[in-house]
Design a protein around this ligand. Structure first.
Ligand code: B12
Length: 477
């Protein structure tokens, strides 16, 4: 008989540790469908082989499901391809257990067929897992045809195949009680809890994985359920959050609804929270509503402020909107970070200089500078690059350019007009201004990579809480 115990594996060993939120949600959905989720968290394990062996031996699970949150750290200076270790974990699990190994997660869904092939796993799910994972398990238990499971990634005649995902219906999900993970421990070591208020993104930014990995239309969690979830986390002692939406203010009415629900429930004075957001749509009213509901900081995905670059990136804001948005936050008492993406197609020395000078003038509390754009498969940027010929002959590309046509391993675009000297040039332009977070690979300081960041991990152990950029900002003061 098929053992209904399902081993849910977290392979993410980055520090500070981020709780695998996807597994908390999946565990609830699995239990609702009569499965018994069992956690195997390799995050803090001294020896992951030993921890995985012990879990497999103790549970003898009916299936082993791994969450793949990150393929790599998407950071030009380090280019850490984490998925290599995850693939080793997959092979290890397959060698130790006859149970089917299933992959999923946002990192996996960036390139699901490519990732399944790389890891050699038999099954995967692309996109939302709450419905699809139990469906796949039911199908495997019944010896059915997995190609009928929406979102399934599987092998057929030596090739990897995909069935399109089905839309996620938040209202059909069980209440999110958040009891599967050790959220209190993650809070103590990672400094923040995670909660999702929506999924998906309908925008068309040329470099971004969200529409492919999370779906092109937005699915909203009912605001009162978000408030219930916050209350459930508060009961576990977690009172500082980073919301896990790609952009909190899309659509703005829902953002407002979530803020109102938090206030209605009387939670606003008991929590602090941070979000990612887009510079538009945003106004003073939303800033005030967010502040009132406990929002402490916003990281805006600005990318650039040069009009030509913004058009090329297919962003729909302009510099004036960024200026207004930053001011609205400051007036409301919200700390602001703006994230910039430098080196994209069309970047020149002049556009770089304009961007940095203008951000200095707009004066958010801090500015993240990403040098080089990670080229992900299934994005408009990847399609444009493929039209330009082989990767290794493309003067704009850096990283793993051979035997990597599927772009699974990190490849970064830096327009040849600014070239490989980009980080050093940016260091010179920043001129030591501590508000700018910038990683020059030749310097050890200024690291705002959250992958193995010992400064951050130490600060959190000593009591710091909040978004990592805000902790680093406070450390720099
Ligand atoms: C919020 C966020 C952060 C916050 C986390 C806050 C928190 N407390 O959780 C912060 C700022 C800390 C952060 C840090 C980083 N992040 Co981040 N982050 C996100 C974001 C926006 C949300 C992640 C999330 O929790 N989603 C909600 C959960 C519920 O979704 P999920 O995990 O996908 O799970 C669902 C499905 O995928 C599926 N599923 C999940 N697991 C499994 C397993 C199986 C078997 C199945 C069947 C299904 C399944 O079911 C779940 C429910 O439907 C994502 C992008 C996104 N929209 O997801 C980027 C994202 C994951 N981050 C990314 C990166 C690069 C990082 C960093 C490495 C950056 C850096 N260099 O510092 C670090 C890594 C930190 C770490 N320790 O892991 C990239 C990863 C890309 C890549 N190359 O792999 C993403 C995709 C952003 C992007 N567009 O580039 N991040």
């Amino acid at each position: 008989m098929f053992n209904r115990e399902v081993l849910l594996v977290n392979p993410n060993r980055m520090r500070p540790p981020i709780a695998p939120l996807g597994l908390d949600y999946l565990a609830e959905a699995l239990a609702h469908r009569g499965y018994e989720p069992v956690l195997c968290d390799l995050c803090g394990a001294e020896d992951w082989q030993h921890a995985l062996d012990a879990a497999v031996e103790a549970v003898r699970p009916g299936a082993i499901a791994l969450t793949v949150r990150n393929l790599d750290d998407a950071y030009f200076a380090s280019q850490d391809f984490i998925f290599e270790t995850t693939a080793a974990m997959v092979r290890h699990a397959m060698a130790r257990s006859p149970a089917p190994v299933i992959l999923g997660g946002v990192g996996f869904s960036i390139a699901p067929c490519e990732a399944l092939r790389y890891a050699g796993a038999p099954y995967g799910i692309s996109g939302d897992g709450e419905q699809a994972l139990p469906d796949l398990l039911d199908c495997l238990a019944a010896g059915g045809d997995v190609s009928r499971v929406p979102g399934a990634i599987y092998w057929k005649d030596g090739a990897v195949c995909a069935t399109p995902p089905a839309p996620f219906v938040p209202a059909r999900q069980p209440a999110r009680k958040r009891r599967f993970l050790e959220n209190a421990r993650y809070f103590a070591e990672g400094g923040q809890g995670g909660i999702e208020t929506k999924r998906g993104c309908g925008q068309a930014c040329i470099y971004c994985v969200e529409p492919h990995a999370k779906g092109g239309h937005i699915r909203l969690m009912p605001p009162d359920s978000v408030a219930d979830e916050i209350a459930a986390m508060l009961d576990q002692g977690v009172d500082v959050f980073h919301l896990c939406d790609s952009e909190f203010n899309h659509p703005p009415e829902h953002a407002r609804g979530v803020c109102d629900a938090i206030v209605r429930r009387g939670l606003h004075d008991r929590i602090r929270w941070y979000v990612y957001a887009s510079p538009v749509p945003f106004d003073e009213d939303l800033a005030r509503a967010m502040r009132r509901a406990g929002c402490a900081g916003i990281d805006f995905g600005v990318d650039h402020v040069d009009p030509v670059m913004l058009r090329r990136l297919r962003r729909n804001h302009h510099a004036d909107a960024v200026r207004r948005t930053v001011k609205a936050c400051r007036d409301a008492g919200i700390v602001v970070m703006t994230d910039m993406l430098l080196g994209a197609p069309g970047e020149t020395h002049e556009s770089l200089a304009r961007a940095i000078a203008m951000m200095r003038e707009i004066a958010p509390d801090c500015v993240g500078l990403s040098c080089g754009v990670r080229v992900y498969p299934h994005t408009p940027l990847a399609a444009a690059i493929r039209r330009q010929g082989p990767l290794h002959q493309n003067p704009h590309l850096h990283g793993c350019l051979r035997e990597n046509d599927d772009l699974l391993r990190p490849v970064f675009y830096v327009d040849a007009a600014v070239g490989g000297e980009l980080p050093r040039e940016v260091t010179a332009m920043v001129g030591g201004d501590p508000r700018f977070f910038h990683a020059d690979p030749t310097e050890s300081d200024g690291n705002y990579n959250y992958n193995d960041n010992s400064r951050l991990a130490t600060a959190i152990r000593e009591g710091a809480r909040g978004a990592y950029w805000d902790i680093l900002r406070r450390l720099a003061q």
